[in-house]
Design a protein around this ligand. Structure first.
Ligand SMILES: Nc1ncnc2c1ncn2[C@@H]1O[C@H](COP(=O)(O)OP(=O)(O)OP(=O)(O)O)[C@@H](O)[C@H]1O
Ligand SMILES: [Mg+2]
Length: 248
């Protein structure tokens, strides 16, 4: 897809956001750049954007079917997601079903311990301040979201977790944790934006507990893109593969 540089609204670490002719719609380009540790570790990994866009599109569609509002409009070709333009809320909303990652470095949880109910954690999406963990009072004082907004965000997040977790488990995957971002559409509705991909989630094989997400890259292991392809293959149905002309 040929996108005009003049229409580039925002270039993040892994995606570009372009204004389209429609004022309330953007085209999100999923790039192949992969970063970890606040951007300290950086690489380009061919096909990553392609797989991430397909996984995100499939999961957004699944959520839409469950009645959850997402940015997703269409994936005209892998790598490019036509999306509702959102005024992003600077929160990283993290949900944890199984203890892993930074949680274990910060708190005395047991590796692999399950959380029921799941833990919802909110971090400040701000590279300059290194995404510190927030509490409700700090969120209010920063003017990020009201009590009512937070209630809505938590409710939607719990539902997103349930829908995706059930789906993944039916396909042999565990869903230890994930990070999502919300924004407001032109009507002021709180809508799920950004992406849901192996860059922003943990996916483990249910039987072997093999890692199939960006943790492979963080740990400097091989087979990163192969894992992303495997997740795509597991998540997409035959009809999805036909629709996007995939040959794997
Ligand atoms: N539907 C949307 N409308 C507008 N902006 C969006 C939408 N979905 C995501 N974004 C924003 O676009 C950017 C996506 O790019 P990317 O994920 O590469 O950025 P990032 O490196 O995580 O974040 P940043 O550079 O903002 O710290 C993020 O800032 C994200 O909040
Ligand atoms: Mg991002």
């Amino acid at each position: 897809m040929n996108l005009d540089k003049e229409n580039l609204l925002y270039r993040g670490k892994a995606k570009d956001v372009y204004q389209t002719n429609h004022p309330q719609q953007v085209m999100v380009k999923f790039r192949d750049d992969i970063t970890a540790g606040d951007g300290a570790k950086k690489e380009v990994m061919g096909m990553k954007g392609y797989y991430n866009s397909l996984i995100s599109a499939k999961l957004f569609m699944l959520l839409e079917d469950a009645g959850i509002k997402t940015q997703y409009i269409d994936l005209p070709e892998p790598g490019f997601m036509l999306s509702h333009k959102l005024d992003m809320i600077p929160l990283e909303v993290i949900t944890r079903n199984i203890a892993a990652g930074s949680l274990l470095r910060r708190f005395p949880f047991q590796e692999g311990q399950t959380f029921n109910p799941p833990i919802i954690q909110m971090d400040f999406k701000n590279d300059e301040y290194h995404d510190p963990m927030l509490n409700d009072d700090i969120i209010h004082a920063l003017g990020i979201a009201s009590n009512q907004d937070l209630e809505i965000i938590r409710k939607i997040t719990m539902k997103i977790n349930q829908v995706i977790k059930d789906f993944l488990e039916s396909r042999g995957l565990l869903f230890p944790d994930f990070k999502i971002e919300f924004g407001r559409d032109y009507m002021g509705n709180i809508v799920l934006g950004d992406e849901i991909s192996p860059d922003t989630c943990r996916f483990w094989d249910q039987k072997t507990r093999d890692i199939m997400d960006k943790d492979l890259f963080r740990k400097g292991e091989s087979g990163v893109i192969e894992a992303y392809q495997k997740v795509t293959n597991i998540i997409l149905d035959e009809k999805d593969k036909k629709r996007w002309n995939l040959d794997f």
